[in-house]
Design a protein around this ligand. Structure first.
Ligand code: RB5
Length: 147
């Protein structure tokens, strides 16, 4: 089980972020909160950038990133080479994001998934294991797409 998680969010996911911070801490995981803590409107790419910089500076790191839908955050953070961010709405996508895509960032929509589903998605993501093999070849190909 991972020991440390970076988490970031915009104003649309403050409530879900707080719930997940408490949940992760209750599991003994260190949580580094890089997100906004108020409902005042902010620009989500700034928070995607903060999370990307942390994940890229720590090869073992995993992150959780949230906005209203998860779409803006996933578009933003996937601009960074070495970031593999997966927008997940259920446990199956979270499982496959780790198994096939070796995702290092889980993205969720704070206006889309409820707290209990989000916890279950997080658990599935953290428990997941990359299968390697042909999937590593494809991941290497993704990095070659970045110019
Ligand atoms: C903010 O209103 C909203 O646009 C943002 O949280 C996110 O859903 C964008 O993709």
């Amino acid at each position: 089980m991972v020991k440390k998680i970076y988490i970031a969010n915009d104003h649309a996911a403050v409530d879900l972020k707080n719930i997940l911070v408490d949940y992760l801490k209750s599991k003994g995981i260190e949580v580094i909160n890089l997100g906004t803590d108020t409902k005042d409107s902010v620009h989500y790419p700034e928070y995607a950038k903060k999370l990307a910089q942390k994940i890229l500076s720590d090869e073992e790191a995993l992150g959780i990133l949230m906005c209203g839908t998860g779409i803006g955050m996933s578009i933003s953070i996937n601009r960074y080479k070495g970031i593999r961010a997966a927008l997940c709405y259920n446990e199956y996508t979270a499982k496959m994001a780790r198994a096939h895509n070796n995702a290092n960032v889980l993205v969720m929509g704070g206006r889309v998934v409820g707290p209990e589903l989000a916890k279950s998605i997080v658990d599935t993501f953290l428990d997941g294991e990359f299968e390697g093999g042909r999937h590593q070849i494809r991941i290497d190909m993704i990095d070659e797409l970045v110019e």
